[in-house]
Design a binder for this molecule. Sequence first.
Ligand code: RFL
Ligand code: PHB
Length: 392
Amino acid sequence: MRTQVAIIGGGPAGLLLSQLLHLKGIDNVVLEKHTQEHVLGRIRAGVLEQVCVDLLDDAGVGQRMHAEGLVHEGFDIAFDGRLERVDLRRLTGGDAVMVYGQTELTKDLMDVLAAADKNPVYEAEDVCPHDFDTDHPRVTYRKDGREIEVQCDFIAGCDGYHGISRASAPKNVLREFERVYPFGWLGVLSNTRPVSDELIYVNSERGFALCSMRSHEISRCYVQVSLDDTLEAWPDERFWDELKSRLPEAVADTLVTGPSIEKSIAPLRSFIAEPMRFGRMFLAGDAAHIVPPTGAKGLNLAASDVRILSQALIEYYEEKDAGLLDRYSDLALNRVWKSERFSWYMTNLLHKFTADPFDYKMQLSELDYLFKSEHAASALAENYVGLPIEGL
Ligand code: RFL
Ligand code: PHB
């Protein structure tokens, strides 16, 4: 079998790249290890930057997002008995974010690909990239017991943090940077009305918490937990009690609780692989970098990588110009490092790292400064709505 671009991984990065290339008549195939149901069952991101919204529009899948997504012009930070608003619209001169679940966005992409008869290959086993240091790269996989080889011009490694693409990169070229945080997030999805119209990020003496949402009827809330915590130790009642204890009293009093419809624990990590290109294989999304979710950047970075990579491949095929492909890794990493910095900053600002009161006082002082200084608040807002992609 032959195609122009073999895409490994059918998460948001792989599906979005596939759709953008199909729209330009560039032949591609997505090889996904899991079933479609499994991919849709993962409850993850909820906040989209304008860069991501624009790209979904370009991909022709923005309709439901605009109809059902919630435009958020600000969010709250609770700390030290205070509840302060970050007015994104005012502080950035007009920008906002879109609250729309990763699950919905993924479903929209799957639907548009299916309608064009461009379905990914699901349950592709032992997917493996080969010969990407030559002009004739290949990807092999197994499906229903048959060995299949895909010959291609390029390989896009969109297979997430645990994928095979980065693991196949030459060790003497690959550099990895990492910070593992000493806690995780316990997340609960519930059919309950969100406690507020906007997100509330909480710094409390008991640890971080976040009240987010998927719609006016569905809440998505998180509390910081220790790394050895288990789901069994967190029945719904304990989760809601803990969340309430971290919220300002007036907010806690209005919190509507209910049975969880999904519950999971995610460890927090910062990770960057450099470069993002190895010959004819390009990494995009979580395959190349992980951010702690505090800045709401993971999916958005996957989208900005795909924005650059899709344009680079389109210029290669339409104009025989490989210039942007050659700059892909540098351009993508420039934005990746800035989002990594912001996510690390938000994580440090809002989580309980130690029992040392000095650390807590430093956070409170920084938070107080944020809401006294327009400059500091503007810097936060500018990063939250998303920095521009430089050099495109
Ligand atoms: P994904 O979504 O991990 O998809 C990779 C796909 O590759 C498949 N795969 C393979 N396929 C073939 N062969 C192999 N060997 C393979 N190995 C893996 C996998 O099955 C999978 O389908 O990566 P992608 O596409 O790069 O997308 C990245 C995003 O999923 C991720 O960054 C975000 O979810 C992060 N994130 C958030 N990002 C935001 O922008 N805003 C947010 O508000 C936000 N909140 C979050 C988050 C992530 C969270 N968790 C659970 C980590 C909140 C949480 C709690
Ligand atoms: C979410 O709704 O899942 C969410 C929102 C904001 C974050 C992280 C996760 O920073």
